[in-house]
Write a protein that binds this ligand. Structure first.
Ligand code: ATP
Length: 416
């Protein structure tokens, strides 16, 4: 592919009237360069709050983004996580200005950017496809946008950006002479060389193999911390979102199901979709039948289970109880030592898979279905398929969801 012009996502920092951006006042690192445009001093730390208010996007009768409101704080690493088709790329494209919202407004810092064309927004996007110019050196690729705008120290800034992604030594190569991971770093250097206030990343690591992907996740996070920029990262990879982001928003059908720090979302999901899509959960229907101090007593799986009231979305009536597989212990029936007050399930092992580090069990529990758990390999053998088993867990690990929630929601999407 030969590209003859700067990609549309490359930022300029002029506003629509041709003057400097009004956000300059909030960015001490901004300074005038040639041509009267705003420039950013290399090495300075930037970033701005991104505020999305009541944004919807309809394609004919189909609603891809449904009344989305959120604030992404300056300098944070934010992940939009969701299955294919949930509307995350459309959201990113709206922020980038590549798609116009049907309704709603967007602000970056103090600036309403809803009607600003893409190239006038203080954002840059890194896509899964690197879109590098094949006939140019790595350095020229990174310097291209700055040179187009006649920025005085374009080459020096491009070199600095290449150093940031640890590719300074390959500046004279052509993209075809780089690995996929290296090409993606060049794309990243090209995106950050202007120091945009918000960097958008649309599945940027999607084309890389798993090992490189994990390595790049760590590096991207380090670069974000170093730059202090607001990063908005779109991914369908749960582990990627949790590893990298300060805040994760789980999207489903154009809406945010839940938003929070990765640990908070994982430990206390508020919907079955989040419980199943972000890691695995064992979910079971139950009914609140009483209260014991801080705990709700719930009739479920043929016994009385407990959940802390402050970890349940409803305190009366039908509920769905959930627990993560790693929070449970499993015993061969008759050999169980279930601590007092712990929740308990009785069932029959249908599969025991030894994986080296652990043994993973699938246990059929009457009234619940298949429950998954595992034990770390400490040399013990707990049981095999066909044998009765007992599982238990500390009730403090239980979470309570709405009684009419679909216990299968999000599981198929997670495994897709
Ligand atoms: N230009 C368009 N015209 C019609 N429908 C569209 C258009 N762009 C996106 N859609 C639809 O909007 C929905 C959301 O698309 P979007 O690309 O935002 O999803 P996504 O969550 O990023 O998924 P993926 O991970 O597969 O890219 C999809 O059902 C998609 O088919």
């Amino acid at each position: 592919m030969t590209m003859t012009q700067e990609p549309a996502n490359v930022q300029t920092t002029e506003d629509a009237k041709g003057g400097r951006m009004s956000t300059e006042g909030t960015r001490p690192e901004a300074a005038a360069d040639q041509g009267g445009r705003a420039a950013v001093v290399p090495g300075a730390v930037g970033g701005a709050d991104l505020v999305i208010e009541n944004v919807s996007k309809r394609f004919a009768a189909f609603t891809a983004v449904d009344d989305l409101s959120l604030t992404i704080p300056s300098g944070s690493f934010f992940a939009l996580l969701g299955p294919s088709g949930c509307g995350k790329s459309t959201t990113l494209r709206i922020v980038a200005g590549l798609e116009q919202p049907s309704e709603g407004t967007l602000r970056i810092g103090d600036e309403d950017v809803t009607d600003l064309p893409s190239h006038r927004r203080p954002v840059n996007t890194v896509f899964q496809s690197y879109a590098l110019f094949p006939h140019m050196s790595v350095l020229d690729n990174v310097a291209f946008g700055l040179k187009q705008r006649k920025v005085a120290d374009a080459v020096a800034r491009a070199k600095e950006a290449l150093e940031l992604v640890e590719l300074g030594h390959l500046a004279n190569r052509r993209p075809a002479q780089l690995s996929g991971g290296q090409q993606q770093r060049v794309a990243l250097a090209r995106a950050v060389v202007n120091r945009p206030q918000v960097l958008l990343l649309d599945e940027p690591l999607g084309a890389l193999d798993m090992k490189l992907r994990r390595q790049m996740q760590v590096e991207l996070k380090q670069i974000q911390i170093e730059l202090g920029l607001t990063f908005v990262h779109v991914t369908h990879d749960q582990e990627e979102a949790m590893t990298m982001a300060d805040v994760v928003a789980v999207m489903n059908h154009g809406r945010i199901e839940q938003m929070g720090a990765p640990r908070e979302l994982y430990e206390l999901p508020k919907t079955a979709f989040v419980a199943n899509f972000l890691g695995k959960s064992n979910l079971m229907h139950g009914k609140v039948v009483g209260r014991d101090g801080d705990y709700l007593q719930v009739e479920a799986a043929g016994g009385l289970q407990r959940v802390r009231a402050d970890r349940a979305v409803a305190e009366t009536g039908d509920v769905v109880l959930g627990v993560r597989p790693e929070k449970m212990r499993i015993f061969t029936a008759g050999e169980e030592t279930v601590p007092a007050g712990h929740n308990r399930l009785d069932g029959t092992i249908v599969d025991a898979s030894f994986t080296g580090v652990s043994t993973e069990y699938l246990v059929e529990v009457p009234g619940v279905g298949t429950v998954g758990t595992f034990t770390q390999n400490m040399g013990q053998v707990t049981g095999k398929a066909g044998e009765p088993a007992v599982m238990c867990w500390d009730p403090d690990f239980t979470f309570g969801l709405a009684g009419d929630d679909d216990v299968a929601a999000g599981a198929a999407e997670r495994d897709a």
